[in-house]
Structures are given as structure tokens and as C-alpha cells.
Ligand binder design. Structure first.
Ligand SMILES: [Fe+2]
Ligand SMILES: [Fe+2]
Length: 331
């Protein structure tokens, strides 16, 4: 009798837990509403957990059916996904009603690049640390120029593998600091991780255009191993120097992409159609070309330049990043 009672209590407890987990669903409705506000018609369905049969039999039946359909659909694809966890693929569409093809980013992460940004802005090195940062970046450019020369496709692809590291390291270290100090980050964790993600999307675009050779992949492995650790130590020791270095690296990136555009304009590099991922990420027109893609990437680099010089300036004033408003969503 006691064991029956215990089992009954256990069942009720489990049912209760499932019911409460369904509270996660309004988030997706809210996400869809936000997108409508931005002028995007995005339909988001799914990403909901199964509800308990005891609490909502009609909903549970519906979910069971839809999960069955999803499981069936997934079986048709390349990946067999377990339905055990009750996680189903959301149905997301573009403005024109066509299916959103990407899992790596969502429509609410796509944006139109701000092309009005000043590309020629330069932070004149004044202090000793500024000069160290500037000289370091200029020195790093020499082997890059020697190795790649005017092969701007390869050069951009390789450099993006490096460019996506600082934001991740900075964001990670600020995250850990926030945990240790029980302090808000002022939005800087998000801002730096957004930069890392944006750089990674540059890379995802470039690999659609240039296929890396085996020795280039080997070089990426080596450079990442060295650069990640070096930047990690540098950020721990002097975040103001680390951000200044990134600011100057971004100035160099703007220069490289300007040269890339010159080669497209003079015909040395073919102005091929833009990759599909780039059209969706930067909300480019369907007939966009490589020139349009490089133009928006260059604008992104100019934004990264400003964010990093700004961050370094905050440190130079003897303040912490969290004391100044973080440029979240700054593209
Ligand atoms: Fe980049
Ligand atoms: Fe950048």
C-alpha cells in the first residue's frame, strides 16, 4: 500500500514538472512578435516541450501527433533525431513565406549593414601602449602580406579565423569576472560575443567562396593555437592593450577589404553572385554580388574597430567596461 502511495506521489510530481516546463513556450510567441515589430514576418512554431497528459489531454494528443510528424520528417533527412526530449524543429519563414533554410542563425539575427560608417577613422597612437599595439599589428601584417600577396579571398578567409577569437576570449573572461565578482557586465559580455559571432559569419561566408587547401587548414590550426593563448594571456594582463590591438587589427581589415574591392572593380577578381548565406544574413537583394558582400563585411570591420578602440579608451580612463554603456547590437 505504501509503495502504491509512493508511486502515485512520484507520478504526480513528474506530471507537475512537465506542466511547469511548458511555461517556456511563450518565449517563442514573444520572439515572433518582436520580429513582426521589426517588419519581418517570421512564423515560429515548435521548440516546445511536451505537456503532461494528466493536465492537458487535448494539447498532449495534438503534441503527440505533431511530434510524430516531426519525427517522421526527421527520419527522412540525414540525421536521425531522438524524440525522447520533446524538442522539435521550429518552422520559420522569410518575409516572402519561403522556408528559412539556416539553423546557424535566425532571421532576428540578420541585419542591414550600416554603410554610412566612416571607413577612414584612425586612432593616432599617443601613449606607449598605443604605440606597442600599433607596431605589433604593423609587424604582423608583414608575414601576412608575404604569404597571401593579392590573393584576397584566401587572405580574408584565413584572417577571419583569427578575427573571431578576441571577442570570444574577451566575452568569456568578462563572463567569468561577472561570476567571480557578483557584478553585472554592463552588456559587454553580449557585445563582445556578438562581435565574435559576426566575425564567424564572415568566415562562414568566405568559405562559400574559397575552399581552403590542406596546408591552409594546418596553418589555421597552428595560428589558432598560438593566437588564442597569446590573446588570452594579453587580455588577462592588460585589457586596454588587448582592445587597442584589436582596434588596429580592424583598421588593417578595412584596408584589406578595400584592396579586395579594388581587385573586384578592376576585374582581377570575378564579381560572382553572393552566397545564399550572405544574402540572408545581411538581408541583401537576391541579385547581390561578391562586391556587395565585401562592402558589408568591410562596414562590419569598421564597427568592430570603433567598439574596440572605445573599449580601450574606457580602460585608459582607469574605468571598467561595465561603467560605460556596451554597444550591444552595434553593426
Ligand atoms: Fe571580419
Ligand atoms: Fe572585425
Amino acid at each position: 500500500m505504501n509503495s502504491l502511495l509512493a508511486r502515485s506521489v512520484m507520478k504526480r510530481a513528474i506530471a507537475g514538472r512537465h506542466v511547469s516546463s511548458s511555461a517556456a513556450t511563450p518565449f517563442y510567441a514573444a520572439a515572433a512578435a518582436v520580429e513582426q515589430g521589426r517588419g519581418l514576418s517570421v512564423v515560429v512554431m515548435g521548440w516546445r516541450r511536451m505537456t503532461s497528459g494528466a493536465a492537458e489531454p487535448a494539447v498532449a494528443e495534438k503534441d503527440k501527433k505533431s511530434n510524430g510528424t516531426v519525427a517522421e520528417e526527421m527520419r527522412k533527412g540525414d540525421v536521425v533525431v531522438s524524440s525522447y526530449w520533446g524538442v522539435s524543429k521550429p518552422k520559420i519563414t522569410r518575409e516572402d513565406g519561403t522556408e528559412w533554410p539556416w539553423n546557424c542563425f535566425m532571421p532576428w539575427e540578420a541585419y542591414r549593414a550600416d554603410l554610412s560608417i566612416d571607413l577612414g577613422k584612425h586612432h593616432v597612437p599617443k601613449t606607449f601602449l598605443d604605440k606597442v599595439a600599433y607596431r605589433t599589428v604593423k609587424l604582423l601584417r608583414i608575414p601576412t602580406d608575404v604569404f597571401f600577396q593579392r590573393r584576397y579571398g584566401c587572405r580574408a578567409m584565413m584572417l577571419e579565423t583569427v578575427a573571431a577569437v578576441p571577442g570570444m576570449v574577451g566575452g568569456m573572461l568578462l563572463h567569468l569576472r561577472s561570476l567571480r565578482k557578483f557584478q553585472q557586465s554592463g552588456g559587454w559580455i553580449k557585445a563582445l560575443l556578438e562581435e565574435a559571432e559576426n566575425e564567424r559569419m564572415h568566415l562562414m561566408t568566405m568559405v562559400e567562396l574559397v575552399q581552403p587547401k590542406w596546408y591552409e587548414r594546418l596553418l589555421v590550426l597552428t595560428v589558432q593555437g598560438v593566437f588564442f593563448n597569446a590573446f588570452f594571456v594579453l587580455y588577462l594582463m592588460s585589457p586596454k592593450l588587448a582592445h587597442r590591438v584589436v582596434g588596429y587589427l580592424e583598421e588593417e581589415a578595412i584596408h584589406s577589404y578595400t584592396e579586395f574591392l579594388k581587385d573586384i572593380e578592376n576585374g582581377s577578381i570575378q564579381n560572382v553572385p553572393a552566397p545564399a548565406i550572405a544574402i540572408d544574413y545581411w538581408r541583401l537583394p537576391k541579385d547581390a554580388t561578391l562586391k556587395d558582400v565585401i562592402t558589408v563585411i568591410r562596414a562590419d570591420e569598421a564597427h568592430h574597430r570603433d567598439v574596440n578602440h572605445f573599449a580601450s579608451d574606457i580602460h585608459f580612463q582607469g574605468k571598467e567596461l561595465r561603467e560605460a554603456p556596451a554597444p550591444v547590437g552595434y553593426h
